[in-house]
Design a protein around this ligand. Structure first.
Ligand code: PMP
Ligand code: GLU
Length: 400
């Protein structure tokens, strides 16, 4: 075997996607699997978005577009950023990519040089460290503990900054733990970025999924000096139940967006033309806000139920997340115990045994850098949640 890329051999596969694939495969084999694994809204894509895609097909919007995306969608993104956050962006400061994940990939490729450090909150979304490594950088983790409301302590963040730090990555609301940073915390983060001359990469894909009256604040809206160093990433996957359409976007300084766009023009050309037209409808249709609000209402009900039920189960506990659609379940008290004679040494053992015994798919916390946690997504029907939680209850009762 000839040698493979040393840089990329260290990149692991996405465990969230692998677990989702496994659960789907088991379902296809006729098994009654409940999937709490992947973070993917279960709602259908709203009909006015589907209609826009059909219209795009019928009117022949089937050609290459500009690599950075169609003008209509970039304009729609500019208008959205203005109306939601009061932010002014020009079209040249926007890129449309194949999902927010692809925008993040492009962003790290564009700003990192070998050895540059990127500060990431831990537990972290599974792809962040790998995206940074693929860009030649080094992820540096700052703990977001249950004791600190699932957020980083600002003093810890400050301590993590070194001469090699290039960027701070903020994901609020967060995947996996649902934490939402408040204005004062974001102002402190922004202050540190300005003081140390750092980029801020702000992944805002869960911005609309906030509960209990919490407010999502876009980092870039904290002032011109902050906006000038922020790469804001968002997309339509989570807000509009459009995970399969693969449309995300980034807004940032023209110099950064231009490098991202050049890379994209060689790597993937433009994102799918039909999906881009559908995304214009997602961002501009008059029914959008109401449709999203209805989904958020459902997510909030599911979250309340899930958190309440899990906290009733002996050996398990979880905090109530303020946003996104995940619960991080603490299994610390069950570690080193046994399920039907098989020892549970960490989150992978717990997840594997649960899938085998009760056919419930969850993501082991180790994927997010926390082996005493399990991630459950409540982006699934209330029926599934009720059924799945009963199975988890039967499972943990057997752990001694
Ligand atoms: N960021 C976070 C925090 C996510 O959870 C996801 C989910 N896949 C993404 C980015 C990427 O979303 P997409 O590529 O589907 O737009
Ligand atoms: N972000 C979602 C998750 O964490 C989707 C899968 C992925 O892209 O990782 O489950």
């Amino acid at each position: 075997m000839m040698e493979l890329s040393r840089k990329h051999l260290s990149i692991s596969k996405s465990l969230t996607l692998a677990i989702s694939a496994k659960a789907k495969e088991m379902k296809a084999d006729g098994l009654d699997v409940i999937g709490f694994g992947v973070g993917e809204p279960d709602f259908p894509t709203p009909s006015f978005i589907i209609a826009a895609a059909k219209e795009a097909l019928d009117s022949g919007k089937t050609r290459y577009t500009a690599a950075a995306g169609i003008k209509e969608l970039r304009e729609a993104v500019c208008r959205k950023l203005k109306s939601d956050h009061g932010l002014d962006y020009r079209q040249e400061e926007i890129i449309i990519s194949n999902g927010a994940k692809h925008s993040l990939y492009n962003a790290f490729q564009a700003i990192l040089n070998p050895g540059d450090q990127v500060i990431i909150q831990s537990p972290y979304w599974v792809s962040y460290p790998e995206l940074v490594k693929m860009g030649g950088g080094k992820p540096v983790f700052v703990e977001a503990s249950e004791q600190n409301d699932l957020k980083m302590k600002m003093a810890d963040l400050e301590k993590a900054i070194t001469a090699s730090t290039k960027a701070i990555l903020i994901n609020s609301p967060s995947n996996p733990n649902g934490s939402v940073y408040n204005r004062a915390e974001l102002e402190r983060i922004a202050e540190l970025a300005v003081e140390h001359d750092l980029y801020l990469v702000s992944d805002e894909v869960y911005e609309k999924l906030v509960y209990d009256g919490l407010e999502h604040i876009s980092l870039a809206s904290l002032g011109k000096e902050v906006q000038d160093r922020t790469i804001l990433v968002n997309g339509v996957s989570k807000t509009f139940a459009m995970t399969g359409w693969r449309i995300g976007y980034a807004a940032g300084p023209e110099a950064v967006i231009s490098v991202m766009s050049n890379l994209q023009s060689h790597a993937t050309s433009n994102p799918n033309s039909i999906a881009q037209y559908a995304s214009v409808a997602a961002l501009t249709h008059p029914a959008s806000d109401e449709t999203v609000a209805k989904m958020v209402e459902q997510f909030a009900k599911r979250r309340d139920y899930m958190v309440e039920q899990l906290n009733l189960m002996a050996g398990l506990s979880c905090l109530k997340p303020g946003g996104a659609f995940y619960v991080m379940l603490n299994i610390q008290d069950l570690l080193a115990k046994k399920y039907q004679g098989q020892r549970i040494d960490g989150s992978i053992d717990f997840a594997n045994l649960l899938l085998k015994a009760e056919k419930v798919a969850v993501v082991p916390g180790i994927a997010f850098g926390a082996d005493h946690l399990i991630r459950l997504s409540y982006a699934t029907s209330m029926d599934n949640i009720e059924k799945g939680l009963k199975r988890i209850e039967s499972f943990v009762k057997e752990i001694v």
